[in-house]
Design a protein around this ligand. Structure first.
Ligand code: GRG
Length: 297
């Protein structure tokens, strides 16, 4: 697969996900529906669902039956951003270049839209699991996604991140926070796809390593962008980490050091894919895409 082929794979999968997400909010016309759709269809990069598809397809799965699981993970991710932006958390007013949900719909409806996106993600995935070619694998994949999103994963990372605000967390602490806050869901996308695709143990181990390294790289890149990119690029208000007193990779390693760390993590992620050959080309290209965002201009 050439670089061009990989780029068109990513673009085509993004199109399929966007199309499937259009039908993912099934609640009747109401402001709740509007608020859910506002955040879900508001122009995300769709990294996690594309990862899930690319990982499943790398081990031989068909794309179409994976789509509800890809949509589920994007719904969970969207809820996390929506709640993270709330006044009680990061208190952000801009996301993906538009007013955040609570600015547009008020705080109460924004909370409820997040709750509904999270819950309906599991409605969608568990409905799809019942007709999936291997329902046991599908249940296992949903279980992994739930673990990564909940109190053992993303929510725990978020809680620890908030508790660490204003403190002097060292690199090991920052890394532990981000493995759960950002890394766990990304890794679950990769593992979920692999499990749905019926990956052998060795392939699953390799893909897990890829997901863990890239999940961490993702956060390093986010820290670099928060410190260096303007809101035209990120769609968010810049410098929020500093304003909130968060310890970031940039603070601990400097911008150049953080960029180098992201590249090293990407290289480790990509090296883990060796045994998967050309089937893993889209995953390699996604790794470049994630880390390339933080490259020096
Ligand atoms: C509220 C339970 C709860 C958790 C929130 C992930 C998270 C925890 C908060 C998001 C804060 C943040 C900006 C983390 C950095 C990494 C990250 C998740 C960036 C946003 O993801 P992208 O770049 O966003 O994939 P798009 O807009 O493309 O979907």
């Amino acid at each position: 697969m050439t670089a061009n082929d990989a780029a068109s794979y990513v673009a085509e999968r993004r199109r399929l996900i966007d199309q499937a997400l259009e039908g993912a909010v099934t609640v009747d016309g109401s402001r709740l529906r509007d608020a859910m759709r506002y955040s879900l269809l508001g122009g995300g990069k769709r990294i996690r669902p594309i990862m899930l598809l690319a990982s499943g397809e790398a081990v031989g799965a068909d794309c179409a039956p994976l789509l509800p699981f890809a949509c589920g993970i994007e719904m969970i991710h969207t809820y996390s951003l929506l709640h993270d932006d709330l006044p009680a958390m990061d208190d952000d007013e801009l996301r993906r270049g538009r007013p955040t949900s609570h600015v547009r719909y008020g705080e109460a409806l924004a909370i409820l839209a997040g709750d509904a996106l999270l819950t309906d993600a599991f409605t969608l995935m568990t409905a799809a699991a019942q007709t999936y070619p291997d329902p046991v694998a599908a249940i296992r994949a949903v279980h992994e996604i739930a673990l990564a999103a909940g109190a053992a994963g993303m929510v725990a990372g978020q809680a620890e991140d908030i508790a660490a605000e204003g403190g002097d967390a060292d690199l090991a602490t920052v890394e532990r926070i981000h493995r759960r806050k950002t890394g766990a869901l990304l890794c679950a996308a990769v593992r979920g796809g692999a499990i749905l695709g019926g990956a052998e143990e060795d392939a699953l181990t390799r893909l897990t390593l890829y997901g863990e390294r890239l999940g961490l790289a993702f956060q390093v890149v986010d820290d670099v962008l928060d410190a260096t990119a303007d809101s035209g690029v990120t769609g968010k208000v810049g410098g929020r980490d500093r304003a909130l007193g968060k310890r970031t990779y940039v603070e601990l390693l400097g911008v150049a050091g953080a960029r180098a760390r992201a590249v090293a993590l990407r290289d480790e992620a990509v090296a883990a894919l060796d045994v998967l050959g050309t089937a893993a080309a889209p995953l390699r290209s996604l790794a470049d895409l994630v880390v390339g965002r933080a490259a020096a201009p």
